[in-house]
Design a protein around this ligand. Structure first.
Ligand SMILES: CC(C)(COP(=O)(O)OP(=O)(O)OC[C@H]1O[C@@H](n2cnc3c(N)ncnc32)[C@H](O)[C@@H]1OP(=O)(O)O)[C@@H](O)C(=O)NCCC(=O)NCCS
Length: 408
């Protein structure tokens, strides 16, 4: 332990909503504001003590309709002082884990004392857009078409394949069948339900309660993730059609298009002591990577590999693993790589990965997920009385982020 360690002192997220659920028209800015207010309130911190706020997001079309600079919007909206420094980060689904890495760096370098890493997304609130060539500059003849940036997440427009398609092909290349992906997806929901039943997703830990304004009457109180499914059958899952011509990825073994926000307060151990705050976890290291666009399913393993090499450790030194379920294919391919294709080791790693469910059940509001998987793992390590964990997430066109934390 050193006074220069970077520690997490507060971490929270909103419940995650479904695509067509109760959050569907709440701007991501507002979700970000809710998480930001709560993460400082939990430790009675005055926002003026926060030097910088990093805010991750991934789908600019959603907030573009309101205006730009989301990080600035959420800090001012949350009542942070006007001289607070903020930065918006778009590293696709990695964004809020990138926020953690940049916050870690800033504190480690002594550039900032207290930093918040956050992120939000509302995929249900993404507008349909009309391109400038026709709608602004004139359409001499013919209809103006609306574009949906959520369709294939737009990757096809610049010559890339939809991520679900690439993930499917790569999973088969690595010997991870559709059946195995469906089985993992069922497990994700089951693990969430078990954890929920055990009180692990109670308000006051990882989750905060939020009030959702209604057209008429009192606001609706949301205290639970909307996506986990009660009734599940592997048979029904296997009968679902695949999406975007992917050989394996279906609506059942993919996460949905979700909404939610997350936020984490980081500072040096020295600062935490000075403020009388108890560190929840120490950030041991952060790592970014990028790879061949088609091989996004491999990037979590590659990023974790880089981080573990740098730390002089192996995956066996980790008590818990989180790999974001961008698709079941991603988690399983990456674990298989980390297991060096050894079936026994692969199973062992699966058993300590996403132990309370993953994005397939919880949801994947892309800009918020990197910080979400980090805190889900941290709260579990705290419940277990300590240990080490590594979390990784992939982002569009094969970008990766990983973080290692320790508790106790
Ligand atoms: C996969 C995706 C295209 C599916 O969208 P969708 O068609 O609107 O999905 P739905 O939730 O309506 O599900 C489709 C069907 O599958 C069914 N289904 C989904 N999950 C199921 C499950 N676990 N068990 C049984 N049925 C399931 C739904 O009930 C629905 O059935 P219906 O047509 O009879 O109503 C969309 O969720 C998506 O794009 N997800 C990935 C997001 C993403 O790429 N994130 C970034 C990763 S890098």
């Amino acid at each position: 332990m050193s006074k220069n360690d970077v520690v997490i002192v507060s971490a929270v997220r909103t419940p995650f909503g479904k695509f067509d659920g109760i959050l569907r028209t709440i701007p991501s800015f507002d979700l970000g504001i809710m998480a930001l207010k709560e993460v400082v309130a939990r430790i009675n911190m005055d926002p003026k003590d926060v030097d910088e706020v990093y805010y991750g997001t991934c789908i600019p079309a959603e907030y573009a309709i309101l205006t730009n600079v989301p990080a600035r919007q959420i800090t001012l909206g949350a009542g942070f002082p006007e001289d607070n420094i903020s930065l918006t980060i778009d590293r696709a689904c990695c964004s809020s884990m990138t926020a953690l890495r940049l916050g870690y760096r800033a504190v480690k370098a002594g550039d900032a004392e207290v930093v918040i890493a956050s992120g939000a997304e509302n995929m249900g609130n993404v507008p349909l857009i009309a391109g400038a060539a026709k709608a602004r500059w004139g359409n001499r003849l013919g209809p103006i078409e609306l574009e949906d940036v959520l369709f294939e997440l737009g990757y096809g427009r610049r010559g890339f394949a939809p991520v679900a398609t690439d993930a499917g092909h790569v999973s088969l290349e690595y010997g991870v069948s559709r059946e195995k992906q469906d089985e993992w997806a069922v497990g994700s929901h089951q693990k969430w339900h078990r954890a929920y039943g055990e009180g692990k997703y109670k308000i006051g830990g990882e989750l905060m309660s939020i009030k959702v304004p209604q057209k008429k009457g009192e606001p609706l109180v949301m205290e639970k993730d909307e996506s986990p499914r009660e009734k599940l059958s592997a048979e029904k899952l296997s009968s679902l059609k695949t999406v975007y011509e992917s050989p394996t990825v279906s609506a059942g073994n993919a996460p949905g298009l979700n909404s939610g926000a997350s936020a984490v307060v980081l500072m040096s151990r020295k600062k935490a002591e000075a403020m009388g705050l108890t560190p929840m976890a120490t950030i041991e290291a952060c790592q970014a990577a990028a790879g061949t666009p088609k091989y996004m399913a491999c990037v979590p393993a590659q990023t974790m590999g880089k981080l573990l090499d740098r730390a002089g450790m192996t995956i066996d030194d980790m008590d818990l693993i989180e790999i974001n379920e961008a698709f079941a294919a991603v988690t399983l391919v990456s674990l298989k790589m980390l297991a060096n294709d050894d079936p026994v080791k692969w199973q062992e790693l699966q058993d300590k990965t996403n132990v309370n469910g993953g994005a397939i059940a919880i949801g994947h509001p892309v800009g918020a997920s990197g910080a979400r998987i980090t805190m889900t793992m941290m709260y579990e390590l705290i419940r277990r009385g300590g240990g080490k964990g590594i979390a990784a997430i992939c982002g569009g066109l094969s970008q990766g982020e990983a973080i290692m934390i320790s508790v106790g």
